[in-house]
Design a protein around this ligand. Structure first.
Ligand SMILES: Nc1ncnc2c1ncn2[C@@H]1O[C@H](COP(=O)(O)OP(=O)(O)O)[C@@H](O)[C@H]1O
Ligand SMILES: [Mg+2]
Length: 253
């Protein structure tokens, strides 16, 4: 059976996961005609905006709708729930500019996020055979790794800024993914973001055993796009960040 290349971006909040994910989607959809599914797995959203997409329905919306229909006793819904769920999730896919996008959403009720996460885990596994590449912009921290949401991800891309805290979160994720077999990855590495001088990278290289896939400079243009609310998919091809991410994709996807 056809299996998609599954890539997940994980790390501390605010380190650049969403920005890098958006650049990856831009590169993956350019030219080669591959079917790409981008999943915003962060309840704080972000990827949609970075891609210039308006999300109408999230995975959590689909889940809530379905629960409401079951509670109303709609005929057929109970027995066919799983099929229906598949169908509804497929309907919630937002297609634009050569890629499809799905957002996990933000459950308001306490304690619900784990249910959405388990749904997400199935979605990653189930939808994957309909795409060539599935790219997941992960929630900040280690929770989704712990809960095995990323179990079937082959390429685990950690992201960190140069802060000790960011690196510590990446190390924790790597540890849980590897030692608890929470992710069945074939390769894992880290992208260092917002670097100001190459000696920062060399210093970190001396302190970590993580494979450093590449590093991205603190970039005024990314700041500017952020400031104006412009999607990062509009970044010019000459942007240094695009060059770095392109090299990394060549290596892993
Ligand atoms: N290389 C960079 N140079 C300058 N600003 C950046 C860079 N990478 C990310 N940013 C900015 O940092 C902030 C956090 O980035 P984001 O991608 O949303 O992080 P995350 O998804 O990990 O929380 C955003 O405002 C983004 O524009
Ligand atoms: Mg983000």
């Amino acid at each position: 059976m056809h299996e998609a290349t599954r890539i997940a971006l994980c790390g501390k909040g605010g380190v650049g996961k969403t920005s890098i994910a958006a650049i990856m989607v831009k590169l993956l959809t350019a030219g080669r005609g591959r079917k790409v599914l981008a999943i915003d797995a962060d309840p704080a959203f972000g990827l949609a905006g970075a891609l210039g997409v308006t999300v109408r329905k999230t995975v959590d919306d689909v889940r809530k709708d379905l629960i409401a229909r079951i509670q109303r006793g709609e005929p057929g819904v109970g027995v066919q729930t799983l099929k229906l769920l598949d169908y509804e999730i497929f309907n919630a896919l937002h297609e634009q500019d050569g890629f499809a996008m799905l957002a996990i959403g933000r459950p308001e009720d306490e304690g619900c996020f784990c249910k959405v996460n388990s749904l997400l885990k199935d979605i990653i596994a189930d939808l994957s055979d309909r795409f060539d590449v599935v790219l997941i912009d992960g929630e900040a921290g280690v929770e989704q790794i712990n809960r095995r949401v990323m179990k079937t991800v082959g390429h685990l891309v950690l992201v960190s800024d140069i802060s000790a805290k960011g690196l510590a979160v990446a190390e924790t994720i790597a540890h849980v993914a590897r030692d608890n077999h929470a992710v069945a990855f074939s390769d894992m590495g880290i992208i260092l973001n917002r670097v100001r001088a190459s000696h920062e990278v060399e210093d970190i290289r001396g302190r970590t055993r993580l494979d450093i896939y590449g590093w991205i400079r603190e970039d005024d243009l990314i700041r500017e796009y952020d400031f104006r609310g412009k999607p990062l998919t509009d970044l010019p091809g000459s942007s240094p960040a695009i060059g770095v991410v392109s090299d990394i994709l060549q290596r892993i996807a």
